[in-house]
Design a protein around this ligand. Structure first.
Ligand code: MG
Length: 163
């Protein structure tokens, strides 16, 4: 049970990920979830933290792409504001969105990380696609009901698998 949902790394926030460590492991591309990873859940636009994280990753030499299950108009607008490409309707935990994003930015499995706040979408999709997966704690506790429903089973998995 643990495998597909187990991230390769856990971090409190995107800002606490050791980017130098990732660089030293030859990672150069980062696929990013948006909702509750870079901003509050269902934010209509980026918050200062979102801009800061994109800037920090870019400054470390990472090429970025948003990979969001959200509707295309919202995520496209957000990605435009952040000045990074985006794949909407990404179908996570399916891998099609991730593969599309990697093709878009010229990334390969061996040099790409997936960063997100949800085990059943971001981490499962990243693991299935063969990427290095990084779980961050949710940006804020307020979430839409269908995400709230997933937090209890997530909690159980994290307890059982100890991460
Ligand atoms: Mg999310």
């Amino acid at each position: 049970m643990g495998n597909i949902f187990r991230p390769d790394m856990c971090a409190e926030k995107v800002s606490s990920i050791d980017l130098d460590l990732l660089r030293s492991k030859h990672f150069r591309f980062a696929l990013l979830d948006f909702d509750n990873t870079l901003a509050p859940d269902h934010a209509t636009e980026p918050v200062p933290y979102s801009y800061d994280m994109v800037k920090a990753l870019k400054e470390k030499g990472f090429s970025l792409c948003l990979v969001s299950n959200a509707k295309s108009d919202r995520s496209k607008r957000i990605a435009d504001m952040l000045d990074i490409p985006c794949v909407s309707y990404a179908n996570k935990p399916g891998t099609s969105g991730i593969e599309k994003a990697m093709a878009l930015i010229g990334a390969e499995k061996s040099n790409t990380v997936m960063i997100g706040d949800q085990l059943f979408t971001d981490i499962a999709a990243g693991n299935r696609a063969g990427l290095f997966t990084i779980l961050v704690e949710r940006y804020a506790k307020k979430e839409v009901f269908y995400v709230v429903l997933k937090r209890f089973p997530e909690w159980i998995i994290r307890k059982v698998c100890r991460f």
